[in-house]
Design a protein around this ligand. Structure first.
Ligand SMILES: NC(=O)c1ccc[n+]([C@@H]2O[C@H](COP(=O)([O-])OP(=O)(O)OC[C@H]3O[C@@H](n4cnc5c(N)ncnc54)[C@H](OP(=O)(O)O)[C@@H]3O)[C@@H](O)[C@H]2O)c1
Length: 253
């Protein structure tokens, strides 16, 4: 099997679960040394063990992406361990629903701190390192709810629309310095986040009416888009908000 990421180093936030975990495994299978960042240690170490058992290289670094000093330390540890940073998937995120007038200020602040400020902090420290190396490729995890309105959660949609603004603007700022920056916009993907959401009455039925392909996606289907966007195959792709959503954002059926 060819290993397009052999000799490369990839960082995946939220790499201990769901879409991030599948992407960490995919990067490792394609030859990258992978650094996994998240808060839950046991799940992080389990993903590292899975990758090492398959012959890959991986390391878990406990990180809260909403805390700048922790993100700075994460990138420093990555470079200390593997010498460089070539690819990053800024995927860590939280969800939460509710009508706008019922959402608390604390809920709003936490959503923005993790989903938007967290992506900005990751970009900041990743880009500082990539500028020293002369390039890199970054993918941010937005959502269908970053492309169109999301009636179930205004603060989630606001955070994910923000990720696309960050992505496109950063892509412009660093285009001439060898750093490509894109976003993926997943639709409904079978992960623990969705399992938690559909545990609430009526939510699964709501989602099922909004799936043009007639099914939810699998985390590995997003992972393949992310690794492609980070690969040399995507060398002329930057500033894109790439739906991986089975046509959910394409319009009304
Ligand atoms: N599943 C979907 O249908 C869907 C659709 C569109 C977009 N997305 C986006 O995809 C991303 C991954 O979600 P998922 O569906 O794979 O759900 P998930 O399994 O719940 O994964 C979320 C990940 O984010 C990490 N995380 C949360 N807060 C964090 C923080 N403050 N610092 C560091 N890591 C943190 C979690 O690890 P810890 O809890 O251990 O920190 C976990 O690894 C999210 O950004 C989500 O918004 C998902």
């Amino acid at each position: 099997m060819t290993k397009p990421f052999a000799g490369k180093v990839a960082l995946v936030t939220g790499g201990n679960s769901g879409i991030g975990r599948a992407t960490a495994v995919a990067f490792a299978a394609a030859g990258a040394a992978v650094v996994i960042a998240a808060r839950r240690v046991e799940e992080g170490e389990a993903t590292v063990a899975e990758i090492r058992a398959a012959g890959g290289q991986a390391l878990f670094v406990r990180t809260d992406v909403a805390v700048g000093a922790e993100v700075e330390a994460l990138v420093a540890r990555t470079v200390a361990e593997y010498g460089r940073l070539d690819c990053a998937f800024n995927n860590a995120g939280i969800s939460g629903g509710g009508l706008l007038h019922e959402v608390t200020e604390a809920d709003w602040d936490r959503m923005i701190a993790v989903n938007l400020k967290g992506v900005w902090l990751c970009l900041k420290y990743e880009i500082i390192q990539m500028l020293k190396q002369g390039g890199g490729a970054i993918v941010n995890d937005s959502s269908v709810a970053g492309l169109i309105g999301y009636g179930r959660s205004t603060h989630y949609a606001a955070s994910k629309h923000g990720v696309i603004g960050l992505t496109k603007s950063a892509a412009l700022q660093y285009a001439k310095r060898g750093i490509r920056i894109n976003a993926v916009c997943p639709g409904m993907i079978k992960t623990p986040m969705i399992d938690r959401a559909i545990a609430n009455p009526g939510v699964e039925a709501w989602f099922l009416t909004r799936l043009p392909l007639g099914r939810a996606g699998q985390p590995e289907e997003v992972a393949r888009a992310v690794t492609w966007l980070c690969s040399d195959e995507a060398s002329f792709v930057s500033g894109v908000a790439f739906p991986v959503d089975g046509a959910t954002a394409a319009g009304l059926e």
